[in-house]
Ligand binder design. Structure first.
Ligand code: PEP
Length: 256
């Protein structure tokens, strides 16, 4: 059984005052929802604040990146155990913005994925193709390569400890979401590829869709058989929109 999961990615947004108002409204908005899981991934400086506001609620929290090393001379880096110290359960790994802007590669993303699992965190491992790659019919090649960077290297048992996210670059931060059918096609491809290694893991692993999810399109996406929830950027900064997306997930609570 796969419970739906909605993850807010605040990116580099927030302030002490704004976070409190946003999170208070999210927490009260989802407190009576029982059938899905809800997470916010916030900037490092706000982890302590989010921990104190969210603990005891049904909203979990996490970070947006981590270092693959523990305790090293790496100025500015944040290790897995530091995230655990602040009560994080999740961490985003390999987001397209980091792949594009911070020279993240399949290898560095895989190393962070490994560090997250080893450190007791659930990585939310992002994959997705660019517009040019889709137009050249390379979607399965690119997503397959990104998936293999963890699946072939670490095996299906490690993938079972993660959440996967299909985030087509042409849909992230645009007003051009994938259609439910487009997203479903790639989610099914991902699940089938995992099934070649381990059918049980393929059946149980959660695969989120990310890229311009809004209250208006969330239910149609979440109704798809291989879409287990969403990774939400801009709408996670608006409590009402985020709660509406969480409600849509609850509506399609459990996939077989
Ligand atoms: C994201 O950055 O992970 C994302 C999905 O952003 P948005 O929802 O704004 O497209």
């Amino acid at each position: 059984m796969r419970r739906k999961l909605v993850v807010g990615n605040w990116k580099m947004n927030g302030s002490i005052a704004k976070n409190k108002a946003l999170l208070d409204n999210v927490i009260s908005g989802v407190q009576h929802l029982r059938d899905s899981d809800y997470v916010v991934c916030v900037p490092y400086p706000y982890l302590a604040q989010v921990q104190s506001l969210a603990q005891g609620s049904n909203v979990a929290w996490g970070a947006q990146n981590l270092c693959a090393n523990e305790n090293a001379a790496l100025t500015g880096a944040v290790s897995p155990h530091m995230l655990v110290d602040y009560g994080c359960s999740y961490v985003i790994v390999g987001h397209s913005e980091r792949r594009m802007q911070s020279h993240e590669t399949d290898d560095t993303a895989a190393a962070r994925f490994n560090a997250a699992v080893s450190g007791g965190l659930t990585p939310i491992f992002c994959m997705g193709e660019s517009k040019e790659e889709r137009e050249s019919d390379w979607t399965e090649y690119v997503v397959g390569r990104q998936l293999d960077s963890i699946l072939r290297r670490f095996g299906a048992d490690m993938v079972a400890k993660a959440v996967l996210a299909y985030e087509p670059l042409w849909a992230v931060g645009t007003d051009n979401p994938a259609t439910p059918e487009q997203a479903q096609q790639v989610h099914k491809f991902i699940r089938n590829r995992i099934a070649r290694c381990d059918k049980v893991v393929a059946k149980n692993v959660r695969i989120l869709y990310g890229g311009s999810i809004q209250p208006a399109n969330a239910a149609a996406l979440f109704a798809m058989p291989d879409i287990d929830g969403g990774l939400v950027g801009r709408c996670s900064l608006d409590a009402k929109a985020f709660v509406d997306i969480c409600r849509a997930a609850d509506q399609y609570a459990i996939a077989a």
